[in-house]
Design a binder for this molecule. Structure first.
Ligand SMILES: Nc1ncnc2c1ncn2[C@@H]1O[C@H](COP(=O)(O)OP(=O)(O)OP(=O)(O)O)[C@@H](O)[C@H]1O
Ligand SMILES: [Mg+2]
Length: 463
């Protein structure tokens, strides 16, 4: 604001000086012009008196006119002949005196002139000298001396008026800018306060700032960020709660199994063995959970460092099927791979391999004995599409939106039997999303499920 006001003061000063200077110049040149005109009018009258110096009437008329004019312009009028002798003086006390003056000399050479002097006695005074020319002969000079004090006092009035206007303007603008500065800085202050308390841990802060200006937009961006932050925070604590819960379940069943062995020292060897096997499988489960968790952390830390390699999607799928086929055969499930063309794209082999394992293994896991899984590899526009279709148990429509969430499992009782953490699809989705790809699902309960993995054809090695 102070910069702004300083600029304003400078601008006002420049304008004032300029206006003042121009007003002054125009007042004075106007006066100059009018005195020159009047002096010229006088010369014609004075000529008659000089020419026919014995004409009493002409002298009388000249006298009369000079007096009138003198009163009119409020100044002294001298008529000087060619020998620089004053032949007429409207104040009468210099008559017949000899006047040596530069302007008079110049006028006698035919040049009109005006000069401005500052006299201690009369203040600002203008001198005007005009030659009296009669048929190319210079017969004398009409010399005016007029006080410009009145003009100057008018000019000073103008200056005072300008100063007054400037001061009033400045005051008005100061008030307006103080007001505006407040209007602008108020929302910024609110935002700052909100941000400070966000920094202190109050995540779901909102600021109420309307308007569509930059500050309104900033406020909306802040509110959006705030909401996101608290969502992320919520997800984080949900995640921690879920993880703890998931880790606790196998731990408590292990504890239960161990305790029952401890409480009955003379248990049969066969039951011992059975309990230990149960404990062993719970340990496997724990391992599985922890591995999935590690995979997830890995993904979120390395998310910008995908190791892109030019890869045939076909071979990658076949490799995964090779891994899963033995498991499928145990359940008498056939896996068919349909492919018509080789599709080569840039992808992170390790990560996409992991995603495919999760999804193809799901297809086998959630399909009953004797079923089939059909995998189709095609190109659709900008995407290489891997379609994984099973004729398994399917997913109910109300569960479908949640299957990509961490730890979500459709039917916990049934899933417990099959084993799993509920992290597989969430990890797969992250991987595909990191590749700028899309993962989609269609399913019908007791009919089957189809997953679509769409990977962009134009991923660059470094993105
Ligand atoms: N092909 C499928 N057919 C039917 N249900 C499925 C299929 N794929 C996934 N689901 C359902 O979605 C849930 C989530 O799958 P996800 O792979 O994330 O977890 P999971 O298989 O239970 O455990 P894991 O972390 O070991 O993969 C599964 O529990 C299952 O209920
Ligand atoms: Mg799974």
């Amino acid at each position: 604001m102070s910069t702004y006001l300083l600029l304003l003061v400078i601008a006002l000063m420049i304008i004032n000086v300029f206006v003042y200077d121009n007003v002054k110049k125009s007042y004075i040149s106007e006066k100059e012009a009018s005195f020159l005109t009047q002096a010229n009018i006088l010369t014609t009258r004075a000529l008659l008196a000089v020419e026919e110096s014995n004409s009493e009437l002409n002298h009388l008329l000249l006298n009369q006119m000079m007096e009138e004019m003198s009163r009119l312009i409020n100044g002294r009028i001298l008529v000087i002949d060619s020998s620089k002798t004053i032949i007429y003086d409207s104040y009468n006390d210099m008559r017949s005196m000899y006047l040596e003056d530069e302007q008079v000399s110049r006028a006698l050479k035919g040049e009109s002139s005006t000069m401005l002097y500052h006299q201690t006695k009369h203040g600002k005074t203008m001198y005007v000298a005009v030659p009296m020319i009669y048929f190319d002969k210079i017969l004398g000079v009409v010399f005016l001396s007029v006080s410009l004090e009145e003009v100057y006092s008018r000019i000073l009035n103008v200056r005072d008026f300008l100063i007054l206007i400037s001061v009033v303007t400045l005051m008005l603008i100061t008030f307006i800018s103080i007001f505006l500065a407040n209007v602008i800085s108020e929302p910024i202050k609110n935002l700052t306060a909100a941000m400070q308390s966000t920094a202190l841990g109050k995540l779901n802060q909102r600021v109420e700032i309307g308007g569509n200006d930059e500050i309104g937009q900033l406020a909306r961006a802040y509110n959006y960020m705030s909401t996101k932050l608290s969502q992320i925070d919520q997800q984080r604590s949900d995640f921690v709660a879920n993880v703890s819960h998931e880790l606790k379940t196998p731990l408590s069943s292990m504890k239960l199994l161990a305790e029952s062995i401890l409480l009955q020292p003379d248990t049969e060897k066969g039951i011992y063995r059975e309990f230990l096997m149960d404990i062993d499988s719970e340990i496997d489960r724990l391992n599985e959970i922890i591995e999935s968790l590690l995979a997830m952390v890995d993904l979120s830390e390395e998310n910008l460092n995908l190791n892109f390699e030019l890869t045939y999607v076909n071979y990658l799928v076949e490799k995964v099927v090779g891994v899963i086929r033995p498991l499928a055969e145990k359940k008498d499930i056939r896996i068919l791979v349909n492919q018509w063309e080789k599709i080569q794209i840039y992808l992170d082999q390790g990560k996409v391999h992991q995603a495919l394992i999760n999804i193809i293994y799901n297809a086998v896991k959630y399909t009953d004995v004797g079923g089939r899984v059909i995998i189709t590899i095609t190109r659709e526009g900008k995407y290489a599409v891997i379609k994984i279709m099973d004729n398994g148990i399917g997913i109910a429509a109300e569960s479908l939106p949640y299957i990509f969430e961490r730890f979500y499992r459709v039917d916990s009782a049934r899933s417990r039997k099959t084993g799993g953490t509920g992290l597989g699809l969430s990890i797969s989705k992250q991987i595909i999303t990191l590749h700028q790809g899309i993962i989609d699902v269609e399913s019908q309960l007791n009919v089957g499920t189809t997953f679509y993995i769409k990977l962009p054809m134009d991923n660059a090695p470094h993105s």
